[in-house]
Write a protein that binds this ligand. Structure first.
Ligand code: GLU
Length: 507
């Protein structure tokens, strides 16, 4: 068997959808598993859909999630260039070969003529209104016009397209690694445009030519490309490359969280979750689409989540490092059924990955959200260690640590009405007095001190704990209170307790 060569072939038409990241991931896993090669090819032949910045966005996104490219537009490689707009001359010769051998033809029909053809077919009740074996002989093309008429038109620079001459009546078969045998009757396929007058190929021609020239062994792509696959099979055959045809694997659709239909940006916006790896601002509309990174997801958690959208290892294990994914991945274990995009599961993965990070690693997320010099690295690490069981997103550290940097100005009224009483005030007063005698007390020492105070006043610690919490943090619940007080420092705790006692009295 040839070494595996796979490609991710996005079109730079906007932000890379998360489904595209999954496609890139599955290609990457197969490449790494087999010591093969991962290629990034930029399919930018449709200039009308080209969006500036999209190519850079794609590359940055792949980099962020840790998908490394071996050959590509940025890396170069033996089959450069890897940007299709730079390969125009290559496609032209294959389009010519198809024409010369009678498998493609020039078509000169205007938009109006095409429209009239479709209307005629509609009027006769035909279900397929397409340029095909049934209609091509009624149109203006090199099959119906004389050779000299064609030559004249071409010489005069009349606009034309090159169309594939799809065989009349034939069952086209292909074997898909995920979907099994797929059969499509050629009457269902129209004479697809392969190239336009400006010499720019369409997706179909460029894709097949490049997959062949770049010696791609496996085409792993989204299910939306399955209807194009029979056409690609025809191209391989007409170009004489049938033996080198890659194996196809069409990935299952990503479904809405409720499993009801295809996942769309509208669904994601409505439910408030991101659908792109990084933030993206559309250069034409200025519209911002939220990214997973900016929404507080870790790249390895996202990768673990995406790996399971359509693939499973066949065991109960859910947490997989990228190396474990590489080791366990097989195309055979990709399912046919659509994969439900369960954002809660993505959040669960994120929680697991946050928990598994060291405190020092997590400190970065807190520090980047705080004003410079407010908090040392050591202190940030300690705070993150305290909070890491409680957070879902990277930005939760800053939100949940806020009380450590800002003294409360309001106090949870429910806790006050239930728990703020004379006993509580007595304990808090005595406790703050006791704290004055300590320097840099640890959580352990603070706890013992509090217990000594409650014992001497004969009041259960449990009875006043919430009052203490509300005095120090303003809230009725939160992370470990003793550790929070250690981090705050005894002086700050004393100040907060005293302020609470005077403020709450006035409420
Ligand atoms: N350029 C196509 C896309 O944007 C590639 C499809 C394929 O992988 O063949 O998805």
């Amino acid at each position: 068997m040839h070494p595996v060569r796979v490609r991710f072939a996005p079109s730079p038409t906007g932000a890379l959808h998360i489904g595209g990241v999954r496609t890139a991931l599955y290609n990457y896993l197969l490449a790494r598993k087999t010591n093969g090669t991962m290629i990034l090819r930029i399919e930018d032949t449709d200039q009308t859909r080209f969006v500036p910045g999209a190519e850079e966005y794609i590359m940055k996104s792949l980099e962020w999630v840790g998908i490394k490219i071996d050959e590509g537009a940025a890396q170069g490689g033996p089959h450069a260039p890897y940007r299709q707009s730079e390969r125009k001359a290559i496609y032209k010769q294959y389009a010519q070969k198809l024409i010369d051998e009678g498998n493609a033809y020039y078509a000169f029909d205007s938009e109006e003529e095409l429209e009239a053809m479709r209307n005629r077919l509609k009027a006769t009740g035909s279900s397929l209104q397409q340029y095909s074996a049934t209609t091509r002989m009624m149109m203006a093309n090199s099959l119906t016009l004389s050779e000299s008429e064609v030559a004249q038109k071409l010489a005069a620079g009349s606009p034309y397209v090159i169309r594939l001459k799809v065989p009349d009546s034939e069952e086209i078969e292909l074997s898909d690694l995920i979907r099994g045998e797929v059969k499509v009757h050629s009457s269902q396929i129209d004479d697809k445009v392969l190239m336009k007058s400006d010499g720019m190929p369409t997706y179909h021609l460029a894709n097949v030519v490049d997959d062949y020239l770049m010696q791609i062994t496996h085409v792993i792509r989204g299910e939306e490309w399955l209807p194009s696959a029979p056409l690609h099979v025809l191209l391989y055959r007409f170009l004489g490359w049938e033996k080198q045809m890659p194996q196809f694997a069409h990935l299952p659709l990503l479904l809405k969280p409720d499993g009801n239909g295809k996942l769309s940006k509208r669904d994601a916006d409505k439910a408030g979750f991101p659908l792109f790896p990084l933030n993206w601002t559309d250069p034409n509309t200025g519209e911002l689409s939220k990214g997973f990174r900016e929404s507080g997801y870790l790249p390895d958690a996202l990768i673990n989540f995406l790996a399971f959208l359509g693939w499973n290892p066949g065991t109960e294990q859910e947490i997989f490092s990228i190396q474990e994914l590489i080791d366990s991945f097989t195309v055979e274990r990709i399912g046919k059924a659509g994969a439900r995009f369960d954002i809660l599961k993505a959040q669960w993965f994120n929680q697991q990955y946050l928990k598994a990070r060291t405190n020092d690693e997590l400190a970065v997320y807190l520090l980047e959200a705080l004003p410079p010099n407010l908090c040392s690295k050591e202190k940030a690490a300690k705070i993150c260690g305290m909070l890491k069981e409680r957070v879902t997103f990277t930005h939760d550290f800053a939100t949940q640590a806020r009380f450590l940097f800002e003294a409360p100005t309001v106090y949870d009224p429910q806790v006050i009405s239930k728990k703020w009483n004379d006993d509580a005030v007595n304990v808090l007063t005595a406790f703050s007095e006791a704290l004055k005698k300590l320097t840099n007390p640890t959580a352990e020492v603070i706890k013992t001190t509090l217990e000594q105070v409650t014992t001497s006043l004969n009041i259960g610690t449990g009875k006043i704990l919430q009052a203490l919490r509300v005095a120090v943090t303003g809230a009725g619940s939160g992370p470990d209170l003793m550790l929070s007080m250690e981090i705050l420092g005894s002086q700050e705790v004393i100040t907060r307790i005293q302020r609470a006692i005077t403020t709450i009295k006035k409420i």
